[in-house]
Design a protein around this ligand. Structure first.
Ligand SMILES: [Zn+2]
Length: 219
């Protein structure tokens, strides 16, 4: 896909992320994998410190495997290390979104993973969402901890911070962020009225695969 089209899609997704209230101010970020000669894990990412409503597509920054800016005007997001670590560990991932939504962040603050309590979480995320080990924002330690806790799933909670979602496209990553936030709210409410019960995850792996194949979402 042409870089100019990827710029438009990424910009549209982060503006929607902002409208949905999944971040506040200039927090959060998102990226998409791009084609760059000699850099298999190059990506286009939102700039650091700029508000989303007035963000323009030329402020999105393309970086190579060494996080060296190769196209665009802005300064790459301070969480670029974690994005790079995910693209390197997960060749199946083509888009990443990071949000600070309230209920997902609350779970990370409490150190509580989000169990597989609704079918949608099993289908779209692959099961429970784990909490990564703590690492200070922007560090190598956080990048490694995030990748480890993500495993082969589509979301991970970052303690005392927020969450990351991964997908094939940035609009899918946005859907995963919104889903995890909603299920986190359901979980907290269910815990308050007597306790949330988990879906028996292992019992319908085959059904999940069939569902994803039917809906064209892959694995
Ligand atoms: Zn953040």
């Amino acid at each position: 896909m042409a870089l100019i089209t990827q710029r438009d899609e990424l910009l549209e997704a982060v503006k929607e992320m902002d409208r949905l209230g999944l971040v506040s101010g200039s927090s959060g970020n998102a990226s998409v994998r791009i084609d760059a000669p000699g850099s298999p894990n190059a990506f286009l990412i939102t700039p650091a410190g700029l508000p989303y409503p007035s963000m323009t597509s030329d402020q999105l920054v393309a970086v190579d495997n060494d996080l060296y800016p190769i196209d665009g005007d802005g300064v790459p997001s301070s969480e670029s290390l974690l994005h790079l670590a995910i693209y390197t560990a997960r060749p199946d991932v083509n888009a990443i979104m990071h949000t600070h939504s309230l209920h997902a962040t609350a779970l990370g603050v409490a150190g509580r993973p989000l169990p597989a309590i609704v079918d949608e979480l099993v289908v779209y995320v692959g099961g429970a969402v784990q909490v990564a080990k703590y690492g200070f924002p922007g560090t190598e330690a956080l990048a490694q901890a995030g990748v480890d806790a993500l495993g082969d799933r589509r979301a991970v909670l970052i303690p005392h911070h927020g969450m990351f979602a991964v997908a094939d496209t940035v609009s899918e990553a946005l859907r995963v962020c919104a889903l995890v936030e909603r299920v986190a709210q359901v979980f907290i409410n269910a815990e308050a009225i007597g306790g949330a019960k988990e879906v028996a995850e292992g019992s319908f792996k085959a059904e999940r695969r069939m569902y994803l194949e039917r809906s064209g979402l892959g694995h």
